[in-house]
Design a binder for this molecule. Structure first.
Ligand code: HSE
Length: 338
């Protein structure tokens, strides 16, 4: 399977590491020869029809910061859309930074790949939160797979879990923690009394915060994920503007201490139901399934047959997100045997 990897930040580099680490495993277990034939970042691209060396890509990126410095196969200042014309590939792996104003460049890259009958896997939330139904309709019209497990909750299994493990159940609502950065900040403030500003800086250093961290702390990232779950799991046709959002930037250490004294924690909760699309800080009991710490995400799915089902997992991080991307790639491979 030949992939074009668009974006080489924390998630893109995680994908390169996972491709390198799992190459033999994938070949042995699925007969899947996973090759990266192009990678882009803001400097340009590296392109090779025979496949790029993931370890060399990582080394070049670490040393110069530019994939376009890849020996012999680097191309300076080339646009991602043009890269898609320069190489033969089976699947676009789109991991550029989320944009919630216009969803670009993810939207145009995705549309181009789908129209060219290529499958698409993404961790991006912007274009999904703004244009979910248009993009799904387009992928169905073109008979290609469009998968986005990594866009919600990093390594926490939720989309494929709901669709493939709980078929036959009606999922009535979802309540959960869908942002790792804010959960990390709130957990640190609760456990150690660390300041909001200090902990936010720490989460940026860990590479879990968005390029623009206000998207995390103001609840916008969780709202994008709310839209994705609403559309993909509950079949609610909605976009970002339909979600009521309150972030955590006004949560004080005093409020956290007060809650703690009564056995409660403050968490940024996302509610997805036909009656409510809402992201806001809420009090949860210390002994409830919502009391997960650090970068963990969780979600309780209310179903008609299985009752409540709760999933938990690392909601952010380079390798964790790459794990969800790999699961989509393997599922596409198994369904198509490209
Ligand atoms: N910034 C996001 C988070 C990354 O903190 O959850 C994963 O979507």
């Amino acid at each position: 399977m030949r992939i074009c990897l668009m974006g080489f930040g924390a998630v893109g580099q995680g994908v390169a590491k996972v491709v390198s680490q799992k190459k033999d495993y994938l070949l042995k277990n699925y007969g899947m020869d996973l090759k990266i034939v192009a990678v882009t970042d803001s400097s340009g691209a590296a392109i090779s029809q025979e496949g790029l060396d993931p370890e060399l890509l990582l080394k070049v990126k670490l040393e110069s910061g530019k994939v376009s410095d890849y020996p012999e196969m680097g191309v300076k200042a080339i646009d991602g859309l043009d890269v898609l014309d320069k190489v033969e590939y089976d699947c676009l792996v789109e991991v550029t930074p989320t944009n919630i104003e216009h969803g670009e460049p993810a939207k145009s890259l995705t549309i181009k790949a789908i129209k060219n009958k290529k499958d698409v896997v993404t961790s991006n939330k912007g274009h999904l939160a703004l244009f979910f139904s248009e993009l799904m309709d387009l992928s169905q019209e073109n008979g290609v797979e469009f998968k986005f497990e990594a866009s919600v909750g990093g390594a926490m299994p939720i989309l494929n879990f709901a669709q493939e493990t709980l078929p036959g159940n009606e999922i009535k609502s979802i309540l959960g923690i869908l942002n790792g950065t804010t959960n990390f900040i709130l957990s640190r403030m609760t456990a150690e009394g660390s300041s909001y500003e200090h902990t936010l800086q720490e989460s940026q250093q860990l590479g879990i915060a968005e390029t623009d961290p206000t998207q995390d702390v103001e609840g916008i990232d969780a709202a994008c994920k709310t839209v994705i779950l609403a559309n993909a799991i509950l079949g609610i046709d909605c976009t970002l503007k339909d979600v009521q959002v309150t972030g955590i930037s006004r949560i004080t250490s005093e409020a956290i201490d007060l809650a703690k004294k009564d056995g409660y924690l403050i968490k940024l909760m996302a509610e997805v139901s036909p009656d409510s699309l809402n992201v806001s800080p809420r009090l949860v009991r210390e002994d409830s399934p919502y009391a997960v710490d650090g970068t963990l995400n969780m979600a309780t799915l209310k179903t008609d047959l299985a009752d409540d089902v709760t999933v938990v997992g690392k909601g952010a991080g380079s390798i964790e997100t790459a794990s969800a991307i790999l699961s989509d790639l393997v599922n596409i491979w198994k369904s198509k045997k490209i």
